[in-house]
Design a protein. Structure first.
Length: 79
């Protein structure tokens, strides 16, 4: 992603750099048959500041909105 600096926010507990996305490009090797980014091919690396660790994205564990519906239903049933 190519970004342009939009704003720097600083408070006692926060330092954030906010950017406007100007351009996005991707290597075609990580695209699925339908032309979307395939997370399994991307092999993305994530940094977790709280646990000082790096993690690799890979396994799909649920379908967006479908999995969320079950969680919402469970929460609503409890109330």
């Amino acid at each position: 992603m190519e970004c342009e600096l939009a704003e720097i926010m600083e408070t006692e507990n926060l330092h954030a750099v906010v950017g406007t996305i100007m351009n996005v490009s991707v290597d075609e090797k990580v695209l699925s048959d339908n032309g979307k980014i395939d997370p399994m091919k991307l092999n993305a690396l994530i940094f977790d500041h709280f646990q000082s660790g790096y993690y690799v994205v890979g396994e799909k564990v649920g379908q967006a909105w479908n999995a969320g519906k079950e969680i919402m239903k469970a929460v609503q049933d409890k109330s």
